[in-house]
Design a protein around this ligand. Structure first.
Ligand code: HEM
Length: 402
C-alpha cells in the first residue's frame, strides 16, 4: 500500500528539540532555516510530534478548538499524568468556569493595586546587586523576583513562594530529561503545597474578590461549587505556570541590552520607550516552544495531514520571528506597526491571563535597573534553558552604579 502524499513526512526527522550546546542565537538560527522550507517540521523525539514554526500555523491551531484540544497533551514531552489542571487542561465550556474567576484578578484596577508592590520587590532585590557590580542576573534576580511577586499576588509568605519556585525549577528540569520518577515526586510536592494554600483559605477565609484561591473556592459551575480536585489542579497550575516564563524571560532582556549599548542608553535617557522595548523583547525572545495541542481528528494544516491524536507543539519562539508577518524579523524595532502583533502570550481560548502582570514585571525591572545603573556589560556567556522553554538560566553581567 502506498503512503498518501500528505502522510509521507511522518517518518522525517527535521530537528532535535534538545541541543546541549544551545547558545543565545542558535535556536533562532535553526528555526529560521527550517521555517523557510518546512514551517510544519517533524521530530521523532518524545514519541514523534509536529512542530509548528510559522506564525499562521500556530495562530490557526490555537484558535481552532474544534480540531485541536489541550485535554490530552498540553506540552511536549507529555508529563501531566498526575491529574487534570484547569484551565490549560480543559476545553470550553468547562474551561471558562476557571477562566472567569482567574480573569477577575488581572483587570486594570487589580494591576494598578499590585504595581507598587511589584516595584518594591524589584527595588529590594536589584539595589544590593547593582551595588555589588558583578551579578548573575538570572540566578540572583530572575529566579527570585517572580516568587516575590507571587507572594503578593497569592497572599503567600515569601518562604512558601520561594519553595514553589525551587521545586518547580527542578520539576521543569526533570521533565526535559524525561526523569519520570523525579517528575512524579516533585509534582506530588507541588500538589501538596497547593493543597496547603487551599487548606489555609478554608481555615482562614478571605474575600473571594480579593484572593484568587478564595475566588475559586466560592465559584460555581452548573449549579454547584467547582470540584475540589479541580480547584486543587487549578491552584497547582497557576503557581507553577506563572513563575516559569518570567524566570526564563527576564535574562533575555538583559542579554539584549548588554550587547546593544546604544539601545540601553536610549532607554535610560527616555524611560517612556521601555514599554515598546518590552513588547519587542517579548516578540524576539518568546519563552515557550513546547506548549502543545492534540488533533481531535484527521485534519489538513498548511498542506500537511495531521492525524487524529498527533501531538503538535506551538513553537511560539519561532512564530514571533516569522518573516511573513514581521519585516526585518531579527531587528529590535521600537515602532512596529500595530497590525504586526506578536503572539508570545498566545491567542484565543487559552491566551495568557497573566500577561498584564508579566508586562508590569518586565517594565518595572527595566525601569528600576536603568535608573539605578550607569551601565551594564556582559561578564561571560549566557547559559540557556532547554526545550520546552527558550531563554536564559544564567547571565553574568558587570554593573556600574548610577
Ligand atoms: C513572560 C511571561 C509569560 C509568558 C510569555 C506567558 C505565555 C503564555 C502562553 C503562550 C500561554 C498559552 C499557552 C497555550 O497556548 O497553550 C499562557 C497560558 C497561561 N499563562 Fe502565561 N505567560 C507568562 C506569564 C504568566 C503569569 C505571570 C501568569 C500568572 C500569574 C500566567 C498564567 C498563565 C495561565 C494560567 C495560562 C493558561 C491559560 C488557559 O489555559 O486558559 N502566565 N501563558
Amino acid at each position: 500500500m502506498s503512503i498518501p502524499a500528505t502522510d509521507a513526512r511522518r517518518d522525517d526527522h527535521d530537528f532535535d528539540p534538545v541541543d546541549p550546546h544551545e547558545t543565545f542565537t542558535s535556536a533562532h538560527a535553526e528555526f529560521a532555516e527550517l521555517r523557510g522550507h518546512c514551517p510544519i517540521a517533524r521530530s521523532q523525539e518524545y514519541g514523534g510530534f509536529w512542530a509548528l514554526l510559522g506564525y499562521h500555523e500556530v495562530l490557526s491551531v490555537i484558535t481552532d478548538i474544534e480540531h485541536f484540544t489541550t485535554s490530552k497533551q498540553n506540552a511536549i514531552p507529555k508529563f501531566a499524568f498526575t491529574g487534570v489542571r484547569p484551565p490549560l487542561h480543559l476545553d470550553p465550556p468547562e474551561h471558562m468556569a476557571y477562566r472567569r474567576v482567574i480573569n477577575r484578578f488581572f483587570t486594570p484596577p487589580k494591576m494598578r493595586a499590585i504595581a507598587p508592590l511589584v516595584r518594591e520587590s524589584a527595588i529590594d532585590l536589584l539595589d544590593p546587586l547593582i551595588d555589588r557590580g558583578w551579578v548573575d542576573v538570572c540566578k540572583e534576580y530572575a529566579h527570585k523576583f517572580p516568587a516575590h511577586v507571587f507572594a503578593h499576588f497569592f497572599h503567600l509568605s515569601v518562604e512558601t513562594s520561594e519553595l514553589i519556585k525551587r521545586v518547580s525549577g527542578t520539576y521543569v528540569d526533570a521533565i526535559q530529561v524525561l526523569d519520570h520518577e523525579t517528575v512524579r515526586s516533585l509534582s506530588g510536592e507541588l500538589y501538596a503545597i497547593a493543597q496547603s494554600i487551599i487548606d489555609d483559605r478554608v481555615e482562614h477565609p478571605r474575600d473571594p474578590d480579593d484572593d484568587l484561591v478564595a475566588g475559586l473556592l466560592a465559584a460555581e459551575y452548573e449549579g454547584g461549587p467547582l470540584p475540589d480536585a479541580m480547584v486543587l489542579g487549578c491552584v497547582r497550575q497557576l503557581i507553577v505556570t506563572g513563575m516559569v516564563a518570567p524566570s526564563v524571560f527576564i535574562g533575555n532582556m538583559f542579554v539584549h541590552l548588554s550587547r546593544d549599548q546604544e539601545l540601553q542608553a536610549q532607554l535610560r535617557d527616555d524611560p517612556a520607550l521601555i514599554p515598546a522595548a518590552v513588547e519587542e523583547f517579548l516578540r524576539l525572545y518568546s519563552p515557550y516552544r513546547g506548549m502543545a495541542r492534540t488533533a481531535r481528528e484527521d485534519v489538513m494544516l498548511g498542506g500537511q495531514l495531521i492525524r487524529k491524536d498527533d501531538p503538535v507543539s506551538l513553537v511560539y519562539t519561532s512564530a514571533s520571528r516569522a518573516e511573513t508577518v514581521f519585516p526585518e524579523v531579527d531587528r529590535c524595532s521600537l515602532n512596529r506597526p500595530a497590525n504586526a502583533q506578536h503572539i508570545t502570550f498566545g491567542r484565543g481560548t487559552h491566551s495568557c491571563p497573566g500577561a498584564p502582570l508579566a508586562r508590569i514585571m518586565m517594565n518595572v525591572t527595566l525601569e528600576e535597573t536603568l535608573r539605578r545603573s550607569a551601565g551594564f556589560t556582559p561578564a561571560g556567556e549566557p547559559e540557556m534553558a532547554m526545550w520546552a522553554e527558550w531563554g536564559t538560566r544564567s547571565v553574568p553581567l558587570d554593573f556600574v552604579r548610577a
